[in-house]
Design a binder for this molecule. Sequence first.
Ligand code: FE2
Length: 386
Amino acid sequence: MSDKLKNVDYGLEKIFEGAQDFLPLLGTDYVELYVGNAKQAAHFYKTAFGFESFAYRGLETGSTDSVSYVIKQDKIKLVLTTPLSSSSPINDHIVKHGDGVKVIALWVDDARKAYEETTKRGAKSYMEPTVESDENGEVVRAGIYTYGETIHMFVERKNYKGDFFPGFVKWESEYNPESKGLKYIDHMVGNVGWGEMNTWVKWYEDVMGFENFLSFDDKQIHTEYSALMSKVMSNGNGRIKFPINEPAEGKKKSQIEEYLDFYEGPGVQHIAVATDDIIDTVSKMRASGVEFLSTPPDEYYKAVPERLMVHNHKLAEDIERLKSLGIMIDADEEGYLLQIFTKPVEDRPTLFFEIIQRMGARGFGAGNFKALFESIEREQEKRGTL
Ligand code: FE2
């Protein structure tokens, strides 16, 4: 583990020193989910996750095909979209996959160039560069396919002064629950099929100019029953991180296989969102009805001080408080991190969220994988899918 984490430094420095980044990414712009009922989903994310109403597009604004609610919390923008008729192609996506992430939008300075550079390296086009404008200026967007039916949309908004996009109006609501302290998207994880992880690792390297900076094989990520493999891809400035998982053989069904069965193909497994105060965030989310995976056993928490001591870190938080909320702790040479995972946020056991607070560590909680997967297996057991 420690050798691998050293590579985090070397990996990212090498990218900075390397050839000019052909796909400079400024950050995540928005994440769009196709859902069965956007109005109700928006209410859920506002109430349970602390998002605020931000923008809207629907029949009232001249959109006759679909309706979209944009919700926001600090730097995180989620777009919830539902089709308005059976002829909308968005239906096909929902029929097949259920609610899930359709678009991971990336903020760029030049969407035309991003599209050109990636398609010439082999990306399959989803949408050619398209200009949308209103009285606030223009936004240029262009999209490419990544794994499954998931899209990367490049968004250029340097000539736009409005809040979101042309076509959207400000969504004024009288219902404004307080923020839960979620700040930005830390990473987004994709699940791909058997034997496809390296194909997509190579795709992110060749097409997007990303680098693989951490890898975990099935010997590291397994429980008594199931296993998976994972490689973390990062862009040049480290702002965008996409771990890619594939299932591995185990005595029982891998959680990745369960996802692939229910999503009916590859897709986004989880969205990890960062907070500066995970105790406060998780307390508030629990009080608002968010369901988290079960708390690891006592032995897990008993081992924490020693796991931190190995790297000379001292926990600033009260461990009993973390335990009472089910928050997990992992450490590496640079620091530690606190994390917790929600149960799936829709009826199919597919997409879920991770809440993460980084206290110096840049890893992904490898030391927690076993405890985490055992708790997922307890859920799989109940669903009859283990
Ligand atoms: Fe994660």
